[in-house]
Design a protein. Structure first.
Length: 94
């Protein structure tokens, strides 16, 4: 298993906070987690704050896990996006 497969990196951009975390895919432990909260009254995130947080934390992650992070899953929270609770079940007969 390559280093890229061993760890999964997630970057969350929410309405009032941003977070970044890294999960070990072997044992599902969170090996890195940082978050930054914002004032709930702001309408837009400052791109500079977002970029600075991202770059600093990526450097910390790469130093901690000792390799370059190539893939990051971006999760965006938006009040205009709504959730559809749907599940599909397939019955398999043996």
């Amino acid at each position: 298993m390559s280093n890229q497969d061993l760890f999964k990196t997630y970057f969350f951009v929410g309405l009032d906070k941003i977070s970044i975390y890294v999960r070990n895919n072997d044992n599902f432990d969170i090996v890195f987690f940082k978050t930054k909260n914002f004032d709930k009254n702001i309408k837009y995130l400052d791109n500079y704050d977002l970029q600075l947080f991202f770059e600093e934390k990526i450097d910390e992650i790469e130093n901690q896990i000792n390799f370059f992070v190539e893939n990051i899953t971006l999760i965006i929270e938006e009040k205009n996006i709504f959730s559809i609770r749907l599940s599909l079940k397939q019955e398999i007969d043996n």
